[in-house]
Design a protein around this ligand. Sequence first.
Ligand code: HEM
Ligand SMILES: *[C@@H]1O[C@H](CO)[C@@H](O)[C@H](O)[C@H]1NC(C)=O
Ligand SMILES: *[C@@H]1O[C@H](CO)[C@@H](O)[C@H](O)[C@H]1NC(C)=O
Ligand SMILES: *[C@@H]1O[C@H](CO)[C@@H](O)[C@H](O)[C@H]1NC(C)=O
Length: 320
Amino acid sequence: MANTLIALFLSSVLLFQVMSPSFVSALSNDYYAKTCPNFEHAITGVVKKAMANDNTVPAALLRMHFHDCFIRGCDGSVLLNSTAKNTAEKDGPPNISLHAFYVIDHAKKAVEDLCPGVVSCADILALAARDAVSLSGGPSWEVPKGRLDGRISLASDTRQLPGPVFNISQLQQSFSQRRLSLDDLVALSGGHTLGFAHCSSFQNRIHNFAANSDVDPSLSPSFAANLRSTCPIRNTVKNAGSTLDSTTTIFDNAYYQMILQGKSIFSSDQALLTNSRTSALVKKFATSQMEFFNAFAKSMVRMSSLTGGQEVRLDCRVVR
Ligand code: HEM
Ligand SMILES: *[C@@H]1O[C@H](CO)[C@@H](O)[C@H](O)[C@H]1NC(C)=O
Ligand SMILES: *[C@@H]1O[C@H](CO)[C@@H](O)[C@H](O)[C@H]1NC(C)=O
Ligand SMILES: *[C@@H]1O[C@H](CO)[C@@H](O)[C@H](O)[C@H]1NC(C)=O
C-alpha cells in the first residue's frame, strides 16, 4: 500500500515536471556554471569599452533588450539580419534609434572564444542590458540564464510594440499580454532615464495636439516651447530630438521627477499619471531612488524571463 502510494506520488511528480512548461523552460542563475563559468566578465568588459567610446551605447542596449523581449519573448530575434526573403524586426518601422548591434557582436565573439557554441545571443543581450544599467549608475542584479535563440524575425511583428501615443489602458493591455503588471509598467518605463527620442516620436504632443490646443496641456509651457523650437512642424534636421530626461547618460530617478513637472517626452510617459495606482508609483519613485532601483531590477527579471527560442546561434545576426 505504502509502496503504491509512493509510486503514485513519484509518477505524478514526474508527470508534473514533464508537462509544466515553466519547469522545462525555467531559467537559472547557474545555467552555464559547468559549461561556461565566468563568461559574464567578458560581456561586462565589452560593454564597458563600447561605452567609453560612445555614451549612447547603454540606452541602445537597454532598448534593444526590451524590444527583443516584447516580440516572441527574449529570443534574440531583434538581432537577426534581414535576408533576401525576409525583412527582419530590426528593419521594421519602430526600428528608429535601435543601434549599437556591433556591441552584441563583440560580446558574442568574446564569449565564443571562451566556450564555442554554448551561450545564446538572447542571454548575452540580457546580460549586456543589465551591465548597461549598472555601469550607468543604476542597480545591478543577477540575470537568470538559459534563454534560447529564435529562428523567426519579422518586421511586421514590430507592430506589437507599445507606441509613444498609447494611453494607460493600451499600455496596460500591452504589458498584461506579456503577463506584466501595472507595477512592472511603471518601473520599466523608468528605462527612459537613459537615451534619446527623435522628434517624430513626440510630434503628437507639440503640434496639432487637439482641436482646441496645439500643444498637450499636460506639458509644462516652457518645456513645450523648447521642444517646439527643436522640432518645428516641418522638421528638416534628420537627427533632431530630445533626451528622455535631464541626465541622459545617468541611470537615476530624474525621469519620474520630470513626469511630475510636465517634462516627460512621450504621451505614454505622461499617461502614467492618469491612473491612481501608477500615479502613486511615479510619486514614490520620484522621491525614492532606492525604491525605483529595487522595483526596476525585479521587473527586469520578470520581463527578461519571457522566453521563446530553440537554438544557440553562432553569429547573432544569422540563424543556425
Ligand atoms: C511603456 C512603453 C514604451 C514605449 C511606448 C516606449 C517608446 C519609446 C520610444 C518612442 C522611444 C524613442 C525612439 C526614437 O524616437 O528614437 C524610446 C526610447 C527608449 N526606450 Fe522606450 N518605450 C517603452 C518602454 C520602454 C522600456 C520597458 C524600456 C526598457 C526597460 C525602454 C527603454 C528605452 C530607451 C533606453 C530608449 C532610448 C534609446 C536610445 O537612446 O537609443 N522603453 N522608447
Ligand atoms: C548584417 O547586416 C549588417 C548591416 O546591414 C551588415 O553590415 C552585416 O555584414 C550583416 N551580417 C551578416 C552576417 O549578414
Ligand atoms: C530601419 O529600417 C529601415 C527600413 O525600414 C532601414 O533602411 C534602416 O537601415 C533600419 N535601421 C536600422 C538601425 O536597422
Ligand atoms: C485609450 O485609447 C483607446 C483606443 O483609442 C480607447 O478606446 C480608450 O477608451 C482609451 N482609454 C483611455 C483611458 O483613455
